[in-house]
Design a protein. Structure first.
Length: 564
């Protein structure tokens, strides 16, 4: 069964120079982490690694300890048991979470061990792009072969990884595609990374074609998942859902697929279905910190405060100090604590948020969140005038270029929550209208914003009214195209999109321009203007908890931006 992974990860060994061969086999400066609940097994693995010449070996009996170790330092090798009887988390879920958050670097070799491998285990390991998979008991030589093969791949592909580390994604993608097209060593793995990079670069039609070509050459679920993710990025959520439903048929343990399906349902405004999908993904990875937070956030926007609060309290107990614990989860905890009058929990949220903001003074995101929590604490203590100051400051940021969708949701939730309690901000209606005109361009965005305001129905109506108005503006502009004047349609959409800072209108302008390119004399000039506006509006679409990531899905390649 392990041959499936080995064929995908190491097609043929690349010829290395003598110096590289020496480097490949010299483990003296290497560090390794052994994660295994059984003391005897940990001892055997540690001894085997030392016999290979590994300079330093660290042992962990619990996955929670391993997570902390991996967040605090880098290891050259990680040897991890898959199953931990006394923990909700499994080795696979730990790897997924850490790779999804770019905590484990590309240079780290991750080998998974298990006492009883099923076909599902092997397929899941291949999907996670593990460097190796071994069934215990194993011989030292088998472990050495896995480590050496994985290290060889890292060495051969080092130029690609260095380009990625340098944020030179175009060059990294070119190198991946060259290796794939020439069927050089590790071509399948290179194609997978290349597709992820092209998805990141928004080269979407090329990405779809690449995934389809890979799928025709080798039936790999991750390629079909990639097609769905590309469809989602192209604004085709229903097509993505259809692709994913076919993918998960008969495979209800494919957590990544259910993650992407949840994302697609959110885009279409089907929050209940999104919650079902997150529950499915958590069923196969019950200890996943990231998935538990996503499920809790959807529960919160559906109005299930107590469910969201209970889930996030559990997560915070396991991972409050972890880089896996998202500050948006802290925001949801603060909202639910305020609504349920849990002053102690609200005070804890405030303390953690203040420490986070102080530790990252350059983070605009944390500054905004800190203002919200400070306002909630003040209002909870009856200091209304003190609470209004940070709230008004946040409301005043609503027209800033970097005021994203997450910030909008938090502001809407705060104002609606306070209004429902009888604390009315004089400008609340104008704030709601402004946010609606800026962000209510799609069913998914409107649904999430109205869910954020559900505690005060009047605000829900203001947001829905703004959504209707945006649609009327788009339809009025597009009438020019129907009447044979696409240039005027594009210019009108650009003008309104710029005025309202509405990404939907800007995107409609781009699509109209592409559709009628040959009929518009100023096409190139208009394209440049749209590109500039799209760049300025790039952060608008960030959903709560997204932290500027590429669309949900890949545990192989996660290119997270620095928190802003």
């Amino acid at each position: 069964m392990t041959e499936t992974i080995e064929r995908a990860n190491a097609a043929a060994q690349a010829p290395l120079t003598a110096a590289q061969e020496l480097e490949l086999r010299d483990f003296s400066k290497s560090t390794a982490l052994v994660i295994d609940p059984a003391q005897l097994s940990r001892g055997i693995l540690t001894q085997q690694l030392r016999e290979f010449g590994v300079g330093r070996v660290v042992q962990c009996a619990k996955l929670s300890e391993a997570r902390v170790a991996l967040e605090q330092r880098e290891f050259d090798f990680v040897i991890c048991e898959q199953h931990f009887d006394n923990e909700a988390l499994a080795g696979q879920a730990l790897l997924d979470d850490l790779r999804r958050e770019a905590i484990i670097p590309f240079s780290t070799v991750f080998i998974m061990l298990t006492s009883a491998a099923t076909a599902g285990d092997v397929a899941e390991a291949a999907e996670a792009a593990l460097d190796g998979f071994l069934v215990k008991p194993h011989k030292a030589s088998a472990l050495f072969d896995r480590v050496l093969t994985a290290r060889r791949r890292k060495l051969v592909l080092a130029p690609i990884f260095k380009a990625i580390d340098a944020q030179d994604f175009e060059r990294a993608a070119r190198m991946c595609m060259e290796r794939y097209e020439k069927r050089q060593d590790f071509w399948l793995f290179s194609a997978r990374i290349g597709a992820e990079l092209m998805l990141r670069l928004k080269r979407l039609p090329e990405t779809v074609e690449l995934y389809k070509t890979i799928l025709n050459a080798k039936t790999t679920p991750w390629a079909k998942l990639g097609i769905a993710r590309s469809q989602l990025e192209m604004g085709q959520p229903m097509a993505a859902i259809a692709t994913l439903e076919e993918l998960v048929q008969g495979n209800t343990n494919y957590a990544d697929a259910f993650d992407v399906m949840a994302h697609a349902h959110i885009e279409t405004g089907n929050m209940e279905q999104a919650l079902d999908c997150y529950e499915m993904s958590l069923r196969s990875t019950p200890g996943s910190v990231l998935r538990a937070q996503k499920k809790a956030m959807v529960s919160f926007y559906l109005g299930h405060d107590e469910d969201a609060r209970a889930d996030l309290l559990k997560v915070s107990q396991r991972a409050a100090g972890s880089r896996l614990f998202d500050h948006q989860s802290l925001m949801v905890l603060a909202f639910t604590s305020f609504r349920s009058k849990k002053s102690g929990d609200l005070a804890w949220c405030s303390k953690v948020m203040q420490n986070a903001a102080a530790g990252q003074p350059q983070s605009v995101r944390l500054e905004r969140m800190s203002k919200v929590v400070s306002a909630l604490v003040a209002f909870n203590e009856g200091r209304d005038s003190d609470g209004l100051k940070p709230l008004l400051a946040l409301a005043g940021m609503r027209h800033d270029d970097d005021f994203d969708f997450e910030a909008a949701c938090n502001l809407v939730t705060t104002i609606s929550t306070l209004t429902a309690r009888g604390i009315v901000m004089a400008t609340s209606e104008s704030v709601m209208t402004d946010i609606g005109m800026r962000f209510c361009g799609t069913n998914g965005a409107t649904e999430m914003l109205t869910r954020a305001a559900w505690v005060h129905p009047a605000h829900v109506e203001l947001l829905r009214g703004a959504h209707a108005q945006v649609l009327k503006l788009a339809q009025a502009a597009l009438k020019h195209s129907i009447q044979g004047d696409p240039a005027t349609a594009v210019k009108s959409l650009i003008a309104k999109g710029e005025e309202l800072q509405n990404q939907k209108l800007i995107e409609s302008a781009r699509l109209t321009l592409m559709r009628h390119w040959d009929r518009i004399e100023e096409a190139t000039v208009l394209q440049e203007r749209i590109a500039k506006l799209s760049h300025q509006a790039g952060s608008m679409s960030a959903k709560p908890g997204a932290r500027g990531e590429v669309s949900t899905g890949s545990s192989l390649l996660r290119l997270r931006q620095t928190e802003q």
